[in-house]
Design a protein around this ligand. Structure first.
Ligand SMILES: Cc1cc2nc3c(=O)[nH]c(=O)nc-3n(C[C@H](O)[C@H](O)[C@H](O)COP(=O)(O)O)c2cc1C
Length: 336
């Protein structure tokens, strides 16, 4: 709840769905979205999401328990659909009675949505096209996140502004839809709410919160960067489709080109199949991101960041960032 009845009305469904004061999710960020940031976001009135990434079930188990110890507020868990132990990870979420599971990184495999709903959790999915969004919502997904190419991390080809125009008029009246990608200020949140979104998801804006465990060098790279520094990776071989990743341009960007050549050659020589080739690429990203976030090697690692990075200028507590976004959104809605 806020002091702005218009904002409260526009976010009512989103807040009820998440069980939060504000319909603002901090999207899961591998290595960054662990217990400290997740709890700080949820304690600040937003909705934190643990990034499971490549974690095995035991580590996810420990991370959920540790997050619970830091917050009594709701938070979610983000699972990557191509994780080889996806069903075991879902069991871990069931054991802890996690309220919301976000399935990311591809179409949810058969049985996964059902397994999550079976223990009473709500399922959030991403959908790159309207047709797929409708299919996923028909087959049990409870909410949708539409994420445009301005975002940090793995991205699709279409801008948030265009996705919002395509998806919201069709789906927003009957479904819970959150908008992500390129949001750095509350005025932008106001615009998507007015178009029918129930709430929003941000990643880049929260990555450098005081509670984020990201290395000081990672945070410094964010504070230095402008929008144009956050570039999408390029696919160099048409036979090896790689999902583009948006990150700050550095030497690591070139390492990815070399990695693609190496994997494409292994594919050509029949040493790996396409699935294994894609897993290999994903392992590269997970390692490169760890190198930047945890070790602080911002030259050779992957400093994943969205185009809103230019609006991230200093370390601030998560609750303060949320309060600023809410105040900006209220200001914009009140002035209309
Ligand atoms: C460093 C970083 C790591 C990310 N890792 C993940 C991830 O593991 N899973 C996921 O679903 N999204 C991931 N994302 C995307 C965020 O959850 C979020 O949707 C995105 O950052 C929103 O766009 P924005 O960066 O423009 O705010 C990542 C983003 C960043 C910046």
């Amino acid at each position: 709840m806020t002091t702005c009845p218009k904002m409260d009305a526009l976010t009512a469904r989103g807040r009820a769905f998440l069980g939060t004061d504000h319909a603002i999710l901090c999207g899961a960020m591998s290595w960054v979205s662990e217990r400290n940031l997740v709890a700080a976001i949820s304690n600040g009135g937003g909705f934190g999401v643990i990034a499971c990434g490549a974690m095995p079930p035991e580590l996810l188990d420990a991370e959920i328990a540790a997050t619970r110890a830091l917050t009594a507020k709701p938070f979610g868990v983000n699972l990557i659909t191509m994780h080889p132990q996806l069903m075991e990870l879902i069991e871990v979420c069931a054991k802890h009675r996690v309220g919301h599971v976000v399935l990311a990184g591809g179409i949810p495999p058969k049985g996964s949505v059902e397994a999550i709903k079976a223990f009473g959790a709500r399922v959030l999915v991403f959908a790159p096209t309207l047709a797929l969004a409708k299919k996923l919502l028909r087959s049990g997904a409870d909410a949708l996140v539409i994420e445009g190419s301005e975002a940090g991390g793995h991205i699709g080809p279409v801008a948030t502004s265009v996705l919002a125009q395509e998806f919201l008029p069709e789906l927003a009246a009957d479904h819970v839809v959150f908008v992500a990608g390129g949001i750095g200020r509350g005025e932008m949140i106001a615009a998507y709410l007015e178009m029918g979104a129930c709430g929003v998801q941000l990643g880049t804006r929260f990555a450098c919160a005081s509670e984020s465990i990201a290395h000081p060098a990672f945070k410094a790279a964010f504070f230095r960067a402008n929008a144009r520094d956050a570039v999408a990776s390029v696919q160099i071989d048409p036979r090896l489709p790689v999902i583009p990743v948006r990150a700050l341009k550095n030497k690591g960007t070139e390492a990815f080109t070399a990695k693609q050549r190496e994997v494409a050659q292994a594919l050509d020589e029949g040493r790996v199949d396409m699935h294994e080739a894609q897993l290999e690429i994903e392992r590269f990203w997970a390692g490169a991101l760890r190198r930047a976030v945890i070790e602080g090697d911002v030259e050779n690692g992957s400093v994943m960041a969205g185009q809103s990075v230019g609006m991230v200028t200093a370390e601030e507590p998560a609750a303060q960032i949320i309060a600023t976004l809410v105040a900006e959104c209220e200001g914009a809605l009140t002035a209309r």
